[in-house]
Write a new protein. Structure first.
Lengths: 85, 201
């Protein structure tokens, strides 16, 4: 049984990496990009999409019991996951 | 942010003629790859997974993150495409090249230095969609100045040649006037020295 909090920490670390890379990309675009509607639209798309996915995930996670364990063996040995011939 | 009405190092009486980028078809393959990568996880997805709440939570967490990374990769590729541009003005050509996220090269070329302009369209797709290369040859150290995969390369090359001709004429006139002024100033100086020698006892 792996505590679910470990997965949450891994997710947060990856999310921070994503946010750092996305911030650098947006800064470069804002610094050198041409003043054009497409420059603003593409940046707004990335920011909005990030907000929706992160807030949606956090909203879903808020309803979960983070102290509960996650059984990998139980998952992969489930009859529904065995290949059907 | 970069504004076209405020060009970098703008020259007096300089007017913008055109801004060129690579043809959008050049990033079409990338967009296709993006959609393929986005749909890829659906290949291993089963409806049974939805029954397991913990697995569902992991799927939402890491699936969402995967989606975000793919979108960011696409954004960075778009940035690479979007920040590559060639600006033609009445006096010069500015080439701005973005290499990855941090590499950036800006070079410019005065139109009067252009010796030859060549447009090249090669291949079926380029012929059908009318895009290709424009090679601008100069007399300087950097022999070529290339417009890569720009739409309507023949029109652009013709336009650059005409602008270069105009700029060369203007530059020649200015150079001649300058030379004439220098010559007259030098001859005046020589006459003044000659007079001074005569006056001297």
């Amino acid at each position: 049984m792996i505590p679910f909090i470990y997965f949450l920490i891994a997710w947060l670390v990856l999310l921070l990496l994503f946010l750092a890379a996305a911030t650098v990309s947006i800064l470069q675009m804002m610094r050198y990009g041409l003043a054009h509607p497409l420059t603003h639209a593409s940046t707004a798309f990335l920011v909005l999409l990030t907000a929706v996915v992160v807030l949606g995930t956090l909203g879903y996670l808020s309803g979960l019991d983070l102290k509960a364990g996650f059984d990998l063996n139980g998952l992969f040995s489930a009859p529904s996951l065995t290949p059907t011939l | 942010m970069f504004h076209l009405d405020k060009l970098p190092g703008a020259l007096p009486d300089e007017k913008l003629i055109g801004l060129y980028r690579r043809h959008p078809i050049t990033i079409f393959g990338l967009i296709l790859t993006f959609f393929f990568v986005l749909v890829l996880p659906l290949g291993i997805f089963r409806t049974d997974y939805l029954a397991n709440q913990q697995f569902m939570a992991l799927l939402i967490m890491f699936g969402g993150l995967f989606f975000l990374f793919v979108v960011m990769f696409l954004y960075q590729q778009f940035l690479d495409y979007w920040l590559d541009m060639w600006i033609v003005t009445t006096q010069r050509i500015i080439n701005i090249e973005q290499n990855g996220l941090f590499g950036r090269t800006t070079s410019e070329l005065r139109l009067y230095r252009i010796q030859d302009v060549t447009a090249k369209v090669a291949g079926f797709v380029q012929s059908m969609l009318d895009f290709g290369m424009v090679y601008v040859q100069t007399a300087g150290e950097k022999e070529y100045f290339n417009f890569e995969d720009v739409p309507h390369p023949n029109l652009i090359s013709k336009q650059i040649l005409e602008l270069a001709e105009l700029d060369r004429k203007e530059h020649l006139e200015a150079a001649l006037e300058e030379a004439a002024e220098e010559t007259s100033a030098a001859s005046k100086e020589a006459a003044r020295e000659k007079m001074a020698r005569h006056i001297e006892p």
